[in-house]
Design a binder for this molecule. Structure first.
Ligand code: ZN
Length: 134
């Protein structure tokens, strides 16, 4: 993982605290985007969060604080690239996705109020203990 992949130092520092499998998916994602010629100022906007931060941002899912999720900015990506990335991720890691309505859902493409992004999440078997404070 490289510092320039991340929006700020905070996400970069905390990325190494994610489950190793989530780190693997993150590296795959960024390297895939770079291989497609997608050049961005940053790719990853969120990694591990604390319970207080989740409360502040009204996050209902615990996937960031249990260290098995990260967010990918889709700023500047074409719809085709967005679709292709979703397909590539699901093909390689889809079955590992967090369970939503009874089935694995690895990637959620949404705007939670802070811009459109991919929320990439692994299932609970990849959860690690919450970090209360940094
Ligand atoms: Zn997220």
């Amino acid at each position: 993982m490289k510092r320039e992949w991340f929006k700020t130092q905070k996400e970069y520092d905390r990325a190494s605290l994610m489950h190793p499998k989530a780190q693997e998916v993150l590296v795959f994602t960024v390297e895939w985007l770079i291989s497609k010629g997608h050049k961005a100022a940053y790719y990853i906007t969120e990694t591990v969060t604390t319970p207080d931060e989740d409360k502040k941002f009204n996050r209902v899912s615990d996937t960031h604080r249990t260290r098995r999720a990260f967010d990918v900015s889709t700023k500047g990506m074409s719809l085709e690239l967005i679709n292709d990335l979703m397909t590539a991720l699901n093909k390689k890691f889809g079955p590992l996705g967090a369970i939503s309505q009874g089935k694995p859902r690895l990637v959620i493409y949404h705007n939670s109020g802070y811009g459109w992004h991919f929320h990439v999440q692994l299932n609970r078997s990849f959860a690690l203990p919450v970090i209360a404070q940094f």
